[in-house]
Design a protein around this ligand. Sequence first.
Ligand code: MRU
Length: 377
Amino acid sequence: MKIETLRWFNNRLEMIDQRILPAAFEYLSYYTAHSVAEGIRSMVVRGAPAIGVAAAYGVALEALRLSQLLPPGRGKVGMGVDSVNDSTPTLTLPLQGGGNGSVDFNAGMETGFTVLAASRPTAVNLFWALQRMRKVWESVATQTPQQVAQRLLAEAHEILAEDIRINKAMGAHGAALLKDGARVLTHCNAGALATAGWGTALGVFRSAVEAGKKISVIADETRPFLQGARLTAWEMVQESIPVTLITDNMAGHLMAHGEIDAVVVGTDRVAANGDVANKIGTYMVAVLAKRHNIPFYVACPLSTIDLNIASGKDIPIEERSVEEVKGFRDYHWAAEGVKIRNPAFDVTPAELVTGLITEKGVVLQPDVQGIRTLMRQ
Ligand code: MRU
């Protein structure tokens, strides 16, 4: 099954609503940067590369809206989902520069960039994509808003297509590291749903299977948002790749009993020294893997490496709503009044990373030198 996490359809961006998977499979439609930002913030779309692709389309949509290339009635500045279907109303915000078509294109675009940049802090792919879109905008700034909008849309399409190509290249490099019959643990969801398609860590599994290897996957549930239970397990089941779901606190037990041969995870940001930010709980898995001499690999497109950040301690870590820890959806199991923390990511020091799997190859024992060399290639 080909999973199209994001797709361009009839002058709009459609994204699978990942909050309701696997109970329901539904696309939501987006027409503005504001609503795309809300889609990122509220986790309709999540996963570092997918967030980057969504942001690129957010910029393109804003340009289309401001240059009035969207069909009439579309592209109101909505805060939430623009529509599940064509009849769902949107919340509206005032347009920059007043109504009646007198919108200041440049000011409106700047607002779009700002709103998108504020949606989530940890995945650097968001900022990488915004910077790439800004450069394209600057390169055609003298053209008409309509021409700018078309150019930005073409760039968003290219970012999406490129992401899938990169994942396949990473998949081939990563698959070579897994032996036939390997039992591989993963944490969170670094799959097709976290990217434009194929996935980073799950892309490695898909490529291994495509290469004829009989691997099996152990999926950490990934509290509190349950990306492992809801999304990774679902993706693997769709692909008929053998998958076993465990709660996060079972990984050490399985490792101690020789039931895990390798760990492959994704990442939201890698610092210049090779420290890796990924979903909360990844650090715990890496420590356990080291203790049990199990290789710990990180699937990492180059767009996730942030050379502006010297080490992991400077990576901004998102703190999410306490509601996510208190219970699930409407059901609360925690004692009312208890103090709750909810950091959404943690940092695994480079010394615990066996290798970074990138589209250009594998960097073993990543450090400043190894990453510098990789980025210069
Ligand atoms: O909070 P999320 O679901 O956006 O977190 C996702 C992860 O931590 C992924 O492992 C990471 O983004 C890599 S996705 C290829």
